[in-house]
Design a binder for this molecule. Structure first.
Ligand SMILES: [Mg+2]
Length: 409
């Protein structure tokens, strides 16, 4: 089973996706997700210029060897572009191997450890009444765990808060990257945010009671001492996790937060290697690993990372917004089902346009996701539908403090 060809498909059904399709000499094909939101073409070029020429003629069954060949062989290691490209090759080869075996991928990873993966949805509102309506709507859709984000008085637009559902078009939480020549600029005031958020959670608990798991994303915007203060203030509301409290590259920041609060901590969506977690795991500074299969070198690398986390009692909480393509989402779901230390899975439904291009088989029922028993990853790409949606430049927003200083978005 030799690799005969590999093609990079860039498509934009509502938002941009980069997909790798590998085809073997016996006519099988596999898909991998290489989408890096706002920097998509850099991964597409890395794949087509530097990786595809290396794949032709290789044994498609040798997944570990191919991973090491691409990782060690490049000499220049890690980084989001490299690791997304390697992830796409790795996912596609696992897809092919599982199809050849006639099994869903999770069977090759050890089989199911649970009946389904608990998913959390994204509720948001510009104010508290709108937020409470959004939480109710998510519960009606079947979600059993909810991420809570709200507008902050005095700030025009805030990360994670959906644009008006009545405003037409797709909601903000489908895609924060805007199709504009320059990134949209948002404004931010951490002190206003810190004053506002505890009251929001008080209102949510008063309305929905103590049982509903609630999550919150700080989106890397606080200093360590600000995050410690927020974690402490939120303790009465029993969060499932506080996510991305401080900038991701500063592992030591989590140490300070941990000294001050028992609110569980999650981080890692901007990480791309198990090496980003060594301090966090060894010192038990986090509770959940937020990496995406797509940005961390694929199924092979993610499985090793999660196994390492398991030895420290740390669970998975894989990244799953809509900038993870349905292919990357399916890869996450197979891991979610197979690993022992599963925590929760982020889940936003892809738009109907996206699902016309990517034909999925995974299911969401009673709050649980399941990758389905379709052999392989269980996702196929419709080339004709993909070609109808050519790439469109899009950028994630840039954030500024109210005095104009660039801040973490
Ligand atoms: Mg986050």
């Amino acid at each position: 089973m030799r690799i005969e060809s590999a093609e990079v498909i860039v498509t934009s059904p509502g938002r941009n996706f980069v997909t790798l399709r590998i085809t073997t000499s016996d006519g099988r094909s596999g898909l991998g997700d290489a989408t890096l939101n706002g920097r998509e073409l850099s991964v597409a070029a890395y794949l087509s210029e530097h990786v595809v020429p290396l794949l032709k003629g290789r044994d498609a069954a040798r997944i570990e060897d191919t991973w090491q060949y691409l990782y060690r062989g490049a000499y220049w290691r890690r980084g989001p572009v490299t690791m997304a490209a390697i992830a796409a090759v790795d996912m596609a080869l696992w897809d092919i191997k599982a199809k050849a075996a006639g099994m869903p991928l999770y069977q090759l990873l050890g089989g199911a450890s649970r009946t389904g993966a608990l998913a959390y949805g994204h509720a948001s509102g510009r104010d508290v009444p709108e937020l409470l309506d959004s939480i109710r709507a998510h519960i009606e859709e079947g979600y059993r765990a909810i991420r809570v984000q709200t507008g902050v008085p005095g700030l025009d637009s805030v990360y994670g808060v959906a644009a008006s559902a009545a405003g037409g078009g797709e909601r903000y939480d489908y895609e924060p990257a805007r199709r504009t020549a320059l990134p949209v600029e948002e404004s931010w005031d951490t002190r206003a945010y810190l004053r506002h958020i505890p009251g929001v959670f008080e209102a949510v608990r008063a309305e929905f009671g103590p049982e509903l798991p609630l999550l919150h994303d700080g989106h890397h915007r606080m200093t360590p001492i600000q995050a410690a203060k927020l974690g402490k203030a939120l303790e009465p509301y029993d969060l499932f996790w506080l996510e991305d409290a401080t900038p991701g590259e500063d592992q030591a920041a989590l140490r300070l937060i941990r000294q001050h609060t028992t609110t569980p901590l999650a981080i890692g969506e901007v990480f791309n290697s198990a090496h980003d977690y060594t301090v966090l795991l060894r010192e038990r500074l986090i509770d959940y690993v937020r990496s995406a299969v797509t940005h961390t070198g694929g199924v092979t690398a993610m499985k090793k990372l999660l196994d390492m986390a398991a030895h420290y009692g740390v669970k998975s909480g894989m990244h799953g917004p809509t900038d993870i393509s349905p292919v990357g989402m399916a890869a996450a779901l197979h891991l979610d089902l197979a690993i022992h230390n599963f925590g929760i899975q982020e889940y936003m439904r892809h738009s109907p346009r996206t699902l016309e291009v990517f034909r999925t088989s995974y299911t969401f029922e009673d709050g649980l996701l399941h990758p389905s028993d379709t052999p392989g990853l269980g996702v196929e790409l419709d080339d004709e539908a993909a070609a109808a949606h050519p790439y469109e430049p899009a950028y994630l927003p840039v954030n500024r403090l109210t005095d104009g200083t660039v801040h973490d978005w």
